[in-house]
Design a protein around this ligand. Structure first.
Ligand code: ATP
Ligand code: MG
Length: 283
């Protein structure tokens, strides 16, 4: 899909920081941090509420501009681009959100078409991509329906189709399943895993749900106080013993049998996604 050499990381955040001042005068946000996500990886970001997960994710498409450091996506240094260059680069970076962010006065097909329309794609190309992507997420029959008539899971499928339509290199997902029930969450994880396998799209995903990260991700970064404090390979579904993440899970009484390594094997016997309950522990 990409003309970029396979060895070029999909995402390289180099020494990025984005600091805010909290009401008490303390510094919060993202402290100087590096993150490299290879092409084709599904990378999870997990941590306490306020750890800086969403800020880090938003640095990857410059929705948040870093105070320092560089953001390089598929070899292109976004921090050095003009406004027009950045708009162009963002066409290859899809994003999905917890609350779907669909336009309610536009049909499903119009919602999926929107980013391509903004990018100036031809009507024939848009029509083809809308059909392909709605078919991919299993919603071809809903093309002319308005989002108000869809379930939460269907709305998130539309959002995924919209994000995939411009053929992105990278998909950024901020808590994409938090508003969904456990069954629907598993279905959505399958859609995201299929997008990764079929289109080779790299996924960077923030989640509070340990099961989401464990089922979907190849690697996970654990954030604390604005920094990545641990990175783990979890492609086999296991959390390495002795890791910070393992001890957290033990502290929260959440250690159980490792989940199935493959989302495609996750069907009937799947436990409900485990909410990490990090906010409660943090308070
Ligand atoms: N635009 C902003 N202005 C001021 N402070 C901000 C802003 N965005 C984030 N912060 C602060 O930076 C810190 C990290 O926020 P962030 O949203 O990245 O956390 P998070 O890990 O995603 O948390 P959650 O799990 O609750 O979504 C928080 O203390 C937050 O209040
Ligand atoms: Mg967040």
């Amino acid at each position: 899909m990409s003309a970029t050499p396979a060895s070029t990381p999909a995402i390289a955040l180099k020494g990025v920081s984005r600091r805010f001042t909290d009401p008490g005068g303390g510094e919060v946000g993202v402290r100087t941090t590096d993150l490299v996500v290879p092409q084709g990886e599904i990378h999870g970001i997990i941590g306490f509420s306020g750890a800086g997960k969403s800020t880090l994710l938003r640095l990857a498409n410059l929705l948040e501009r870093p105070d320092a450091g560089e953001v390089i996506v598929h070899g292109q240094n976004l921090t050095r681009l003009s406004a027009a260059g950045l708009r162009q680069a963002r066409h290859r970076i899809g994003m999905i959100f917890q609350h779907f962010n669909l336009l309610h006065n536009q049909t499903v097909a119009e919602n999926v078409a929107l980013p391509m329309r903004i990018a100036g794609a031809s009507p024939a190309h848009i029509k083809k991509r809308v059909a392909t992507c709605l078919d991919f997420v299993g919603l071809a029959a809903k093309a002319d329906v308005y989002p108000g008539r869809l379930s939460g899971g269907q709305k998130q499928r539309v959002a995924i189709a919209r994000a995939l339509a411009p053929e992105p290199h990278v998909l950024l997902a901020d808590e994409p399943t938090s508003a969904l029930d456990p069954r629907t969450t598993l279905d959505l994880l399958d859609v995201l895993a299929d997008a990764n396998r079929q289109f080779g799209v790299t996924i960077l995903l923030v989640s509070h749900e340990m099961e989401v990260v464990r089922r979907l991700c190849h690697r996970v970064s654990v954030m604390e106080g604005g920094r990545i404090v641990e990175q783990l390979d979890i492609a086999n579904g296991a959390i390495p013993e002795g890791s910070r993440l393992a001890s957290w899970l033990a502290d929260f009484g959440a250690v159980g049998p490792a989940a199935s390594p493959s989302p495609t094997q996750s069907e009937a016997a799947a436990p409900a996604p485990h909410h990490f309950a990090l906010e409660a522990a943090h308070a």
